[in-house]
Design a protein around this ligand. Structure first.
Ligand SMILES: NC(=O)c1ccc[n+]([C@@H]2O[C@H](COP(=O)([O-])OP(=O)(O)OC[C@H]3O[C@@H](n4cnc5c(N)ncnc54)[C@H](O)[C@@H]3O)[C@@H](O)[C@H]2O)c1
Length: 423
């Protein structure tokens, strides 16, 4: 069976995963980006991001993957254009739609393609594009992949949301048939609701994280253990255990900006979304509480050498967008500490961002001679460290486990003063 060729516009995390996965499903994929170096390296089979399984998929499907800077070539070859450009926050906290507009405005006026919006955009974006470009069909198909397991998430979706408005059903049907082989439940709805499903999902997950972080902070006051509390709560089907892990807060390219975008969208529409203000504030304060956990053991941090273990916003990625390590490094230096940092894959991405920080090439090197350490990202290799040997190497074996990742008893037995979050 001849498979529909696919156009992808914007070949970053979402775009490259989309392109590689549709190629894996047997489609010819024409993928366009505006950064020539990125396109050239992808054409050579080099994947510029750390995402498990992605390089293998790109190599395996190289014959079906066509990377280009030329939009005309994509338009000529395809009818469905998956838009995967970035929508970062503006200074006002609204979503910056300039890249989305740049894509739409450069389409020829007589284009009769279907735009399939995978970028996260505020409700109302699709309606505005449709008004401006009446010849285009428009489908909202928000992406829910998680960095670190993006390929698996794409190929095994929990659900696929497809929003279309009257007149564009043909395009929504075509998108639905692309996803049918993957087996997730397909949620057909209108465009505005599809756009809202994405923002509301991320805002809800962020709310869950801020909620359990506040429970952690209260647990510290009353002598409860938040990991036990979360276990007991999560077994209730109505609550669920996912995203009930207390820690130093959420980061990454999506939650902070999407929570802010939803808050602004509500405000711009005349509604004050009070809950989200608290979610954001709790998350900001949570990172800073770590400093108090260090000073409890070390007193003033002036001149103290503090090791950051893990820099990326989560394990199995080198994405540094809104990573907690950025705030922690700046705050520690503000307190007069020297910061030494290690991450298994994100050092390159972090080096231009973590100013004034020394970089180590291993966790052992970062901990050598340190007065304290913060586990920032729960990379599995940190569980396998010889912590007794690490305690010997450090000047002061103080560890703040920002992700409640390690076994407190084992770390204390190794000679550490251990501080978790909410336990
Ligand atoms: N990263 C995630 O985990 C994730 C998950 C779900 C949804 N999203 C959403 O998907 C969208 C993309 O996110 P991302 O993380 O892949 O972003 P990204 O920054 O990794 O990639 C965006 C790509 O678009 C390219 N681009 C910008 N303008 C362009 C244009 N006019 N034409 C062609 N290419 C252009 C950029 O050069 C870049 O390669 C965002 O809206 C994001 O919120 C991201």
């Amino acid at each position: 069976m001849e498979r529909e060729p696919i156009g992808v516009v914007g070949v970053g995390w979402v775009g490259l995963v989309t392109a590689a996965c549709f190629a894996e499903l047997g489609h010819e994929v024409w993928a366009r980006d505006i950064v020539p170096e990125k396109v050239e390296s992808l054409a050579r089979g080099e994947v510029p991001i750390h995402e498990p399984g992605l390089p293998e998929l790109v190599t395996k499907n190289a014959e079906r993957l066509h990377f280009t800077t030329d939009m005309a070539a994509v338009l000529e070859q395809t009818e469905l254009l998956f838009v995967c450009v970035d929508t970062p926050p503006t200074y006002s906290g609204d979503a910056d739609l300039s890249r989305v507009r740049a894509v739409v405005e450069r389409l020829p006026e007589d284009a009769e393609h279907a735009l399939v919006m995978k970028s996260t955009v505020p409700s109302g974006t699709g309606a505005a594009i449709r008004r401006d470009m009446p010849g285009l069909a428009y489908v909202s198909c928000p992406e829910f992949l998680k960095e670190g397991s993006a390929v698996d998430d794409f190929l095994n979706p929990d659900r696929v949301v497809i929003g279309s408005d009257p007149g564009d059903e043909w395009a929504a049907d075509a998108v639905a048939s692309l996803y049918e082989p993957l087996g997730g439940e397909i949620v057909r709805t209108d465009v505005a609701s599809a756009e809202m499903i994405k923002l509301a999902s991320n805002a809800f997950l962020a709310t869950k994280i801020s909620f359990i972080n506040e429970i952690a902070n209260v647990s510290e006051e009353v002598g409860a253990d938040v990991t036990e509390v979360a276990r007991g709560m999560g077994l209730d089907d109505r609550i669920g255990g996912a995203f009930l892990k207390a820690g130093i807060g959420y980061g990454g390219s999506c939650f902070p900006k999407d929570v802010s975008a939803l808050k602004q969208l509500a405000g711009n529409s005349g509604y004050h979304f009070q809950l989200l203000n608290s979610v954001i504030e709790v998350n900001e304060l949570q990172k800073r509480r770590v400093i108090g956990k260090l000073t409890k053991h070390l007193g003033s941090l002036v001149g103290k050498r503090i090791a950051l273990l893990g820099l990326a916003f989560k394990p199995h990625t080198d994405d540094m967008r809104e990573a907690s390590s950025l705030v922690l490094s700046a705050r520690l230096q503000g307190e007069g500490a020297e910061v030494v940092a290690y991450d298994p894959v994100a050092t390159g991405a972090a080096s231009g961002l973590l100013t004034g920080t020394d970089f180590a090439t291993s966790a052992e090197e970062a901990l050598d001679g340190a007065d304290g350490a913060i586990l920032v990202t729960e990379w599995p290799e940190f569980a396998d460290l010889d912590w007794a040997a690490m305690a010997e190497k450090m000047r002061n074996p103080v560890l703040v486990d920002g992700r409640n990742f390690l076994d407190p008893e084992a770390i204390r037995a190794a000679g550490f003063r251990y501080e978790g979050i909410g336990r």
